[in-house]
Ligand binder design. Structure first.
Ligand code: MTE
Length: 303
């Protein structure tokens, strides 16, 4: 895969994983390298947080991927059954160039960046994850979004032979999600294809999954095979199942509680049993970048 990274040097190359678990240690390494004459390669994004990262093990062994069971360790155990190559993404609806886009063709056309994002699940746990991926806007622009489009819908693959959870019907499969077009085009919104500079593991949504860091994690749909640009609000799985508990927007908001628990604070995975809960920031800490998208909207009503 020729074009995986923005620069040829990522910090996966720079230092072994256990060293860059600590972001500050990584930054010190980056400074040292820059002094050595490779300044300006820009492998850290302006959108990345400098908080300490969760480990590869935490990120890849504590998952929600109901196609492979509802337990947190089920996806790591069962998602290996999913065939992710060949893979293509059908882009249809209000686009100039609808069709099946081969994953490799997409990867060759996209610039892969590293984005270190906070990830906040609606269940009130969180992680800090170093994704590799590209901006969804670049993919949508490749297909050519037409005038009048207002939303983007997403679907996960439907393949019960490989995804045993799909044989149980508590979610109307395939898993689906949706964003408003301006949310989808926002530079923070990415399609992730890697973690820690490695291909994204199946349990995290191989070969490509949405990541919308200011929304609850369930919006970040995995293993995407279909993207529909439309003028009507798309169906979203959790919203279909329980619209009272899971709104279409599902922006992280410490002031709007889930009907069954508080959203004011969260547990950072890996913090240990005695770790204090940390306060959840508005829009998961991305308020400066995204608050303008919701100006004038009642965020309690549009939760
Ligand atoms: N996408 C699909 N297709 N199926 C799922 O069950 N779970 C969602 C989201 N995307 C889910 C999904 C939920 S509830 C969360 S919190 C995140 O994926 C978890 O992502 P992670 O396992 O990479 O941390």
């Amino acid at each position: 895969m020729a074009k995986r990274f923005l620069s040829d040097l990522t910090w996966g190359d720079v230092t072994p994983e256990h060293v860059f678990m600590n972001r500050r240690a990584f930054m010190a390494g980056a400074t040292a390298l820059a002094a050595g004459g490779i300044a300006g390669q820009g492998f850290a994004s302006q959108y990345s947080t400098e908080e300490d990262l969760n480990s590869w093990e935490e990120i890849t062994q504590y998952n929600n991927f109901y196609e492979f069971g509802t337990g947190k360790s089920d996806p790591a155990e069962y998602a290996g059954a999913l065939t992710t190559s060949p893979w293509s993404v059908e882009i249809d609806g209000m686009v100039d160039k609808p069709g099946a886009y081969d994953f490799k063709t997409i990867m060759d056309a996209m610039t892969i960046e590293e984005r270190i994002y906070r990830f906040r699940c609606v269940e009130a746990w969180s992680m800090v994850i170093p994704w590799n991926g590209f901006e969804l806007a670049d993919l949508l622009n490749m297909a050519g979004v037409q005038d009048g489009a207002k939303y983007v819908g997403f679907e996960t693959l439907l393949r019960p032979e490989e995804m045993w959870g799909q044989k149980r019907n508590f979610i109307p499969w395939p898993y689906r999600e949706g964003l408003r077009l301006d949310e989808a085009m926002h530079p923070l919104t990415i399609m992730a294809t890697g973690i820690y500079g490695k291909d994204i593991p199946n349990q995290n949504g191989a070969p490509l999954r949405l990541v919308v860091p200011w929304k609850y994690g369930f919006k970040s749909i995995k293993s995407v095979v279909k993207i529909t640009v439309t003028d009507t609000q798309p169906e979203a799985s959790w919203n279909m199942i329980n619209p009272r508990e899971y709104g279409f927007y599902s922006n992280v908001n410490p002031e709007v509680d889930h009907p069954r628990w508080s959203q004011a604070s969260e547990r950072r995975v890996g913090g240990g049993l005695l770790a204090k809960r940390i306060p959840t920031p508005m829009f998961n800490g991305y308020e400066e970048q995204v608050a303008s998208l919701y100006e004038g909207m009642d965020l309690r009503e549009n939760f």
